[in-house]
Design a protein around this ligand. Structure first.
Ligand code: SF4
Length: 74
C-alpha cells in the first residue's frame, strides 16, 4: 500500500500536516477507508475514494484534535 499526505480525488483535496499530526488516530478510527496510521502519523490511503464522503471528510477535519487535516474543493 502506498500513501501520501495530500491527495485530490473526485474534486476534493485532503491534506494531513505532519508538523501538526500527533498520530492519535481519531481520523483513522472514524474513517479508516481514507486514513491509515504509519509510524505515528496519519496518511491518506492511495485507494481512498472521496466521492460521496464530503460530510465524513469534513467531520474528520473538525474532529482532529490538532487541526492537522484540511479538506478543500479542488
Ligand atoms: S486525527 Fe489528526 S492528529 Fe490524529 S492522527 Fe489524524 S491527522 Fe493526526
Amino acid at each position: 500500500m502506498t500513501r501520501s499526505t495530500e491527495r485530490t480525488v473526485d474534486g476534493l483535496t485532503v491534506r494531513v500536516d505532519h508538523e501538526l499530526c500527533s498520530g492519535a488516530g481519531v481520523c483513522r478510527d472514524r474513517l479508516g477507508e481514507v486514513y491509515e496510521l504509519v509510524e505515528s502519523r496519519a496518511w491518506i490511503r492511495d485507494d481512498a475514494e472521496f466521492e460521496g464522503r464530503r460530510a465524513d471528510l469534513d467531520m474528520t477535519e473538525t474532529a482532529c484534535p490538532w487541526f492537522a487535516i484540511e479538506v478543500t474543493t479542488a
